[in-house]
Write a protein that binds this ligand. Sequence first.
Ligand code: 5AD
Length: 432
Amino acid sequence: MCYAIPGKIEAFDNKLVVVDYFGEKRKAYNELDGLSIGDYIYAQGGYAIAKIPEDEAKSILAVWKETFFDLQEVDLKLSRLNLNQESVSKEFLRILDNAAEGRELSREDLRVLIKEKNKPALELLFKTANFLRQKHHKNSCCVHGIIEISNYCRCACAYCGIAEGNKQITRYRMSQKEILEAARQAIEEHGFKTLLLQSGEDSGYRIEELAEIVRQIKANWPALIFISFGEVGLDNLKLLYAAGARGLLLRFETSNPKLYKQVTAGKDLSSRIAHLKEAYALGYMIVTGSLIGLPQQSEEDILNDILLAKELHAEMYSFGPFISHPQTPFANNPSASAEIILKVIALTRIIDPAHAKILVTTALETINPDARREALLAGANSVMLNVTPVKYRPFYSIYPSRAHEKESIEVQIKDTIGLLMSLGRSPADLSV
Ligand code: 5AD
């Protein structure tokens, strides 16, 4: 199964290669040795990750050529925008028109959008975001894999089911061998080209062990590796980068320093932000965002969250709903609604139309099973499938009853491809 279409190298431009996909040109950083013009490669997240033999590339492209343009047409149809709607206020339409035209919106405009409750108006907001997604990103949709390698965590965040204080869950820590086997399956058998390794803040692995795992994956299989081990510190970020990790997923959870301190049992937002800035300076692609629906979080906080993620150079945005977990101090706080997350996704697309990859989070799908489709039609263009061995998945219970928890990876892939095709999306990751 392929998630990225092979591209043909047209030219070299310093450290970049120019790659052709059925006439579309994209650029990717070249970290591979011995590439020449005319070679076929896979590119992921803006990196050339593997050379593909010409015969193999041509047969994959022959299959894709049939569907590539058909899909683009379906997507184009679904993302058409008509801002003539009598049931929506002139003011709201003016803001959406400015957004669709690529003009920067004022803070006041963003407030109007996030406060809107009227269904026809929200439909138009989502359609505007979808229009911008199509305009800037065409129909490509990232499909990455995530391996949750350990659920040990030394943190005491009040919202999180795997926080140290929860003595009722079974803890697990995958061995190096298990992680490499899960990575092998994901990359070799299922065709994933980007893998995220995630854990709680687990002191049970030495950083050298984690670096060795990244090195081993890179040495054996072609993939782009993202890490999400919490705040590991600058030196460890350097080590992991040197081992081959190129992306960092770290949510700042909330941009409100006071709220952050409250919900994380006294941690400092500034060190989280510093960590994200250091990672960016080292060359990591940044995946960040926040938890929406935390107790006492305001709409202003949420707007600030989106703006902060952009300021931190998010390559991919990850905003998910808070979901109440019975074994946490926030057990009695209500979960967020799917609607607010769709608004946040649409606003993110409007605030960062050309660059944002926006993730549909599993948490969103957990509160609304149709949310993946809805979010992909509201500005999102990225999904992550869980390739953790099924036996460990129930224990990574950051919130209860996670969507897809029991689904084999084969089923997840089949459903995802089916959905993407129905929306005219191509499961590819071609952009820089
Ligand atoms: N509901 C939703 N998301 C949660 N996370 C932790 N606990 C919850 C919860 N109860 C998210 C945090 C963290 C990510 C790995 O999981 O945002 O960064």
